[in-house]
Design a protein around this ligand. Structure first.
Ligand code: SF4
Ligand code: SF4
Length: 632
């Protein structure tokens, strides 16, 4: 396979030539070595949930049942529910980290502060806490307590969901019996439900999957975002650059990678504090860049440039310019240590659940975060000193980007057009057809797809058809590298209606030109911001989310988290495109339910299409149908 078959990212193509010449294996090489991948696994019809297995269903003949009698529908639905529980557990664990930090800020035990008191008060009121006469630490303590009830409560309806979900949705979910209790209880129950000899009913298992989606949406995404905004501040528009060209050979390069910003924010702080030590070591300073969603978190709030997305992490190390990569949790390829050994740079793991053989482990704790961040940054300076004659190849590829579009920032920009009624200009332009609709592109890279291709081609097609795009996760990275997070893309690629609206809003907001056609809303947990925006839009228009001319898309999904986020979107009533099918095609019943029948129950459904032009056409058709139903 040529580099141009692996990725559309020109920087990645250059680096792949280097790794190939050096004989260093990357994710693409290992993917090739795995061919052909197992057909049973791909279809989801293998089961190893007990020691009588593994069992496989033959899609073309016998056997049709595993040893225990489970058929393909049961096995596929069970496997899917386990994946959803896995994705949900990842986001809920992330939220726990943030809540624990807020709890300790309230008691004064740690060296973090509350940066956004307005968000703290708004959150407290929304979850039913009286704030009058209380100081911020007192309110923070009560918010943390409520959050812990959402995470670990054992009965009743989940508090964070009750506080934020639209009433119409809550009624639908209640009727279906899928409103979760505490997150831990539901994740535990899903593991029990899918163990040998418990649930064999595919419909019941799929409804449990919807419940996992709701746990993910409210106890994972929403809770993590709310608390992180309180601690680290509400993102506001920032200018930055994206792609490997943000690394700089003359600086100590520190890359933050993973998902939870608790450590990366401290590392950033210490990079600034120890700048002089880096200079004393012969560097011009310390340059911080991000990968994956920790990268998005520090981009959104601090303007730290993203070096690359999921598939590019090894290639960043292959530049020879990364002196230290510090990782927390999720989406870290275990191969990073091999690649760093072949080129240069230290890999530092920090979380007890995420260690990688060959990496240095500096355990992170909230109480000693400053000392640990200081140690990590000092180690990066030592590593820079050892760079010596290591060849450095930094591709000269970087694109200017704008990020930081929280809902509050979007409303802030719209309020420059109409201060009294900020959503009015947006809704008026949707009604008039200048904006056909909106699509959220989210999620990962997947080595099965040419890196970034689905994200970029799909979005170009959408914006040319006057569809406003909002993006998070590695999708936002892909679009940033391709220049789509910049106002020039509005001028050059957007349809006339969308261009006119973005220009009017951008000029009113003092940008001297249009907003970008893709608004970067943050990390994967920041998908909750998309939910907030949809809830606000539906409320303003007096319709339900399922009736809005909107869609979601994970063009290159890879992680179980993409499935749980997608399930939450479908539960909200959103038409949700996946560029690759999950491992469910071995059951016609499960596939048919998720791509068709579920719409009658929830208003949303999954739509799978791997061709970007066809996917765009399918999404636009859906948006037009919704417009038609609204009489637009
Ligand atoms: S649970 Fe049933 S299908 Fe799964 S491995 Fe055991 S016997 Fe086989
Ligand atoms: S978008 Fe997917 S690949 Fe990227 S950081 Fe998030 S989960 Fe990982």
């Amino acid at each position: 396979m040529w580099e141009t078959d692996k990725t559309i990212d020109k920087a990645a193509q250059q680096m792949l030539k280097i790794t190939a010449a050096d004989g260093v294996a990357t994710v693409w090489d290992r993917y090739e070595a795995q061919q052909p991948q197992c057909g049973f696994g791909s279809l989801g019809i293998c089961c190893r949930n007990c020691l009588q297995g593994p069992c496989r269903i033959n899609p073309f003949g016998e056997p049709k049942r595993g040893v225990c009698g489970a058929d393909a529908d049961t096995i596929v639905a069970r496997n899917l529910l386990r994946s959803l529980a896995g994705g949900t557990a990842a986001h809920v664990d992330h939220a726990y980290e943030a809540v624990e930090a807020l709890e300790k800020i309230a008691t004064g035990d740690i060296d973090y502060v509350i940066k956004d008191e307005n968000k703290l008060i708004a959150t407290a009121r929304q979850v039913g806490i009286e704030t009058d006469g209380k100081d911020s630490k007192g309110v923070a303590k009560e918010v943390a307590q409520k959050a812990l009830e959402t995470l670990s409560g054992h009965e009743g309806e989940m508090g964070w969901l009750s506080a934020w979900a639209p009433k119409e949705r809550v009624d639908v979910w209640r009727q279906l019996g899928v409103i979760p209790r505490g997150a831990d209880r539901e994740i535990r129950e899903a593991m029990h439900q899918t163990s040998m000899g418990v649930d064999a009913d595919p419909t019941n298992l799929l409804l449990a999957g919807v419940k996992q989606g709701l746990v993910d949406g409210y106890a994972g995404l929403k809770l993590a975002t709310d608390i992180q905004d309180i601690i680290f501040g509400m993102p506001q528009p920032v200018k930055s650059e994206a792609n490997l060209g943000v690394l700089n050979a003359e600086y100590v390069n520190v890359v933050v990678h993973g998902h939870v910003p608790l450590l990366s924010e401290k590392v950033l702080e210490w990079c600034r504090k120890l700048e002089d030590e880096a200079k004393a070591a012969g560097a011009r300073g310390i340059n911080v860049a991000g990968i994956c969603c920790t990268g998005n978190e520090v981009l959104m709030r601090q303007g730290v440039p993203p070096a690359t997305n999921f598939l590019g992490q090894e290639l960043a190390l292959a530049t020879g310019a990364v002196d230290l990569m510090v990782v927390d949790v999720q989406c870290i390829l275990p191969s990073v240590t091999n690649v760093a050994q072949c080129y240069h740079g230290d890999i530092v793991t920090t979380m007890p659940i995420a260690k990688v053989p060959g990496a240095d482990h500096i355990p992170f704790s909230l109480e000693e975060a400053d000392q640990q961040a200081e140690k990590i940054v000092r180690q990066s300076i030592e590593s820079y000193k050892k760079r010596g004659s290591t060849p450095v190849h930094i591709p000269d590829e970087r694109a200017l980007i704008f990020a930081g579009f929280s809902v509050e920032a979007i409303i802030g920009a719209l309020s420059k057009v109409n201060a009294e009624d900020p959503l009015k200009p947006l809704v008026d332009n949707i009604k008039a057809g200048n904006i056909l609709g909106a699509v959220a592109t989210v999620g990962c890279n997947n080595v099965k797809v040419k890196q970034d291709m689905m994200h970029v081609e799909l979005v170009k097609e959408l914006i040319a058809n006057n569809v406003l795009v909002i993006a998070t996760g590695c999708s936002a990275h892909a679009l940033g590298k391709a220049g789509l997070l910049h106002p020039d893309a509005t001028n050059n690629l957007a349809g006339n209606g969308l261009k006119a609206v973005l220009t009017a809003v951008g000029e009113a907001a003092g940008l001297g030109g249009p907003l970008p056609p893709v608004l970067h809303m943050g990390s994967c947990v920041d998908n909750s911001r998309i939910g907030d925006l949809l809830t606000a839009l539906a409320g303003y228009m007096g319709v339900n989310i399922k009736d809005l001319p909107v869609a979601a898309s994970a063009p290159e999904p890879q992680h179980e988290k993409a499935l749980s986020i997608g399930t939450w979107a479908v539960a909200l009533g959103v038409f949700t495109h996946l560029g690759l099918p999950p491992h469910i095609l071995g059951s016609k019943a499960v596939t048919g339910t998720l791509t068709d029948k579920v719409e009658d129950l929830l208003g949303g459904k999954f739509y799978v299409e791997s061709d970007p032009a066809k996917a765009a056409a399918g999404i636009i058709r859906h948006i037009k149908d919704k417009r038609h139903a609204l009489g637009l």
